[in-house]
Ligand binder design. Structure first.
Ligand SMILES: [Zn+2]
Length: 65
């Protein structure tokens, strides 16, 4: 794909990917949540809720090599 050259104002039209379903959505229509040094993006509240739920299983990678 050659998409270099004709790029409109990429301020509110920037495309991002949902953190849950990986769907491509415009940043202006996404829900973003800042976590520590990381910003998560979601296509809607549904995915946002899913992300909140999965946040319970984070510390599970502690197996010695
Ligand atoms: Zn999503």
């Amino acid at each position: 794909m050659t998409d270099e050259g004709t790029r409109p104002d990429q301020q509110d039209d920037e495309l991002i990917s949902c953190d849950i379903c990986m769907k491509t959505i415009p940043r202006s229509a996404s829900k973003s949540v800042e976590v520590d040094d990381y910003v998560a993006h979601f296509c809607g509240l549904d995915c946002y809720q899913s992300w909140l739920d999965k946040d319970d299983e984070e510390a599970d990678a502690d197996s010695p090599g």
